[in-house]
Design a protein around this ligand. Structure first.
Ligand code: GDP
Ligand code: IMO
Ligand code: MG
Length: 431
């Protein structure tokens, strides 16, 4: 699957990212494809992500650690674009240890990745409380405030841990946060306990190798190593192009690979965009094809649509082609991977949003602001296949109705669907 190169040209980076509002199944696909690579690198996001992997009868959920970690000998890199909470991270490492996964020599962390402080999490809670009904529905992991400190030029980075002034730097940022938190007396916290836990957790981080990841990745590419970049969230949660302000605080599109790993645009190879066979979103914000009814409930039950990070019920609806066409454009997706097609197995009819109606007309493009424009999705209906896909290991073995559904989507989107996932387990994939 990886990009092929001229003999002496540097390798290209292939990318896996979500084309919807997150939870498309990125973790499963990264884990599956990782065997064809030498390095898997996360380029943005933080512990707001929850990437689920299932194999050998076990389920694993990763938040900060790249999804290549279960493939022995593969290097996993946490890039500069990631924000890292030492407490969540230490917990993740502990659970890898408990599962007998060796990672110490294979998990590298960029010195330029930013640190999430306990106070960042409380600022996140304060920001949401202040928004009231208009709250984003953040995972409350401190993502927004940490990226704010990054762009505000106040942040602490992984490399700072090595500095003799680290405590002072920490105290100075903490003091700034505590001043801000005074405005929100309703946000209560146990600073001493949380701070102690945070500093203890840094020890787990210190055991890993810190790298100047921009050099590391570019050297690896020059040496012909095969690199897979793993995205978190989805393109509709991108800070620039998503349903702003109901977005996350990082660049979730292919451009984020360049800034989140320190590589030039011409190093990007294939871009594998992942979409579910339907659509979900967790948290607030517009969702034109949402089915807030028994159809949505059936999708939620069949797809077990509950958040991997927060456990919240995910909002569910039909696949939305104007939305996907938009994120294919933003990401330069070369291959589509469709996951969770098995969730539609028992539906007699399957709908597909093919247009939007707004301002009295039908459109295939998104309005400039989905939050302030009243949009109605226009659907086309397809026959369901009403059978299990368990034994379908090739495209030709899929029921005719499923093939018809896929062909229609592929023609509309104009990008080949090269992978179809038929279950959560590692091996349930038609390539
Ligand atoms: P990610 O954040 O994009 O990695 O996705 P999540 O792990 O948050 O959510 C995807 C969920 O769907 C997880 O529970 C996966 O185990 C599950 N999953 C992935 N692919 C498939 C599939 O093809 N079929 C079904 N039924 N479940 C899947
Ligand atoms: P993965 O990588 C789904 C959503 C939150 C909220 C908004 C902002 O598992 O696909 P934040 O915590 O970033 O301040 O939340 O973004 N969100 C996700 N939704 N999957 C994710 O990650 C998400 N990460 C954040 O629910 O609406
Ligand atoms: Mg997830």
């Amino acid at each position: 699957m990886q990009s092929t190169n001229d003999k002496n040209a540097p390798s290209k980076i292939d990318v896996i990212l979500g084309l919807q509002w997150g939870d498309e199944g990125k973790g499963k696909i990264v884990d599956y494809l990782a065997t064809g690579y030498d390095i898997v690198a996360r380029f943005q996001g933080g512990p707001n992500a929850g990437h689920t992997l299932k194999f050998d009868g076990q389920k694993y959920v990763l938040h900060t650690v790249p999804s290549g970690i279960f493939r022995a000998h593969l290097i996993n890199l946490i890039g500069n674009g990631v924000v890292l909470d030492p407490v969540v991270f230490a917990r993740e490492l502990k659970s890898l240890e408990d599962s007998n996964v060796s990672f110490k020599e294979r998990l590298l962390v960029s010195r330029k990745a930013h640190l999430i402080l306990p106070t960042h999490r409380w600022l996140d809670a304060a920001s949401e409380a202040q928004k009231g009904k208009a709250k984003i529905g953040s995972t409350l992991k401190g993502i927004g405030p940490t990226y704010m400190d990054k762009t505000g030029r106040n942040g602490l980075r992984v490399g700072d841990i090595e500095s003799p002034n680290f405590r002072e730097q920490y105290n100075s940022l903490k003091a700034k946060h505590l001043q801000l938190l005074k405005i929100y007396p309703e946000i209560t916290f146990d600073l001493e306990t949380e701070e102690q836990r945070w500093f203890e957790s840094l020890n787990a981080l210190r055991e890993l190798q810190f790298v100047n990841s921009e050099y590391y990745i570019n050297d690896a590419l020059r040496a012909g190593k095969r690199v897979l970049a793993e995205g978190a969230q989805g393109a509709m949660l991108d800070v620039d192009f998503g349903t702003y302000p109901f977005v996350t605080s990082s660049s979730t599109i292919t451009a984020g690979v360049c800034t989140g790993l320190g590589v030039a645009p011409q190093t990007i190879g294939r871009v594998i965009g992942i979409t579910k066979a339907y659509c979900t979103r967790v948290g607030g914000g517009p969702f034109p094809s949402e089915q807030d009814n028994e159809i949505g409930e059936k999708l939620r039950q069949e797809g077990f649509e509950f958040g991997s990070t927060t456990g919240r019920a995910r909002r569910c609806g039909w696949i939305d082609l104007p939305q996907l066409k938009y994120t294919l454009l933003l990401t330069g997706t070369t291959d589509i991977c469709m996951t969770k097609i098995d969730v539609l197995n028992s539906f007699a009819k399957i709908s597909v949003a093919t247009k939007y109606r707004y301002n009295g007309l039908e459109h295939t493009e998104l309005p400039h602001d989905l939050c302030t424009t009243e949009v109605e999705a226009v659907y086309e209906e397809f026959e369901g296949w009403q059978s299990s896909l368990d034994h379908a290991t090739t495209y030709d073995a899929l029921p005719a109705a499923a093939q018809k559904y896929l062909r229609f989507l592929e023609e509309y989107l104009g990008v080949p669907i090269t992978m179809i996932s038929t279950g959560p387990e590692r091996e349930k994939l038609i390539v």
